[in-house]
Design a binder for this molecule. Structure first.
Ligand SMILES: [Zn+2]
Length: 150
């Protein structure tokens, strides 16, 4: 990242140390380049129109891509990334955008520093309110496999 003299480069620490970055998550869930391009185009199109309503817009997106989008969103939240969108640059290239939860040390962070804080993976170790039962291991504690229902 370029930095000019006199300008302090303040990088706030992320609240969660990610296990996977958004581009890795997106490529894992949508391995097909064409699927990724199409999803990014839809998100960019949706993002361009401030009047657009997601409940209406989502009907234009093929169901398989919508399912992928939902899974990507869940995996991103788990890793502390939010607000997946996309934009088209002047040369017509489309790229995904997102933001990362950071600790700004002023107000309490949205999530507090565990991969499971915003995790929406189905897990029998959580009770119906999404709270971990006592002694439950988290999905990133690798020695125990995650209870994902297929
Ligand atoms: Zn989890």
């Amino acid at each position: 990242m370029p930095s000019t003299s006199g300008e302090k480069l303040l990088r706030l620490p992320p609240t969660v140390k990610p296990e996977e970055r958004p581009d890795e998550i997106i490529a894992r869930i949508l391995p097909d380049t064409e699927d990724r391009r199409l999803l990014a185009q839809h998100l960019a199109q949706y993002g361009k129109n401030p009047e657009a309503n997601w409940d209406d817009y989502r009907r234009k997106i093929p169901p398989a891509l919508l399912a992928g989008l939902k899974e990507i969103g869940g995996e991103m939240r788990r890793n502390g990334f939010f607000g997946l969108g996309a934009e088209i640059d002047p040369s017509g290239r489309v790229r995904f955008t997102w933001w990362q939860a950071v600790d700004n040390r002023r107000k309490p962070p949205v999530i507090k520093g565990e991969l499971c804080d915003a995790c929406s993976r189905p897990c029998e170790r959580k009770n119906s309110a999404g709270v971990f039962r006592d002694g439950a291991r988290r999905c990133w504690q690798k020695e125990v496999s995650h209870n994902v229902k297929a």
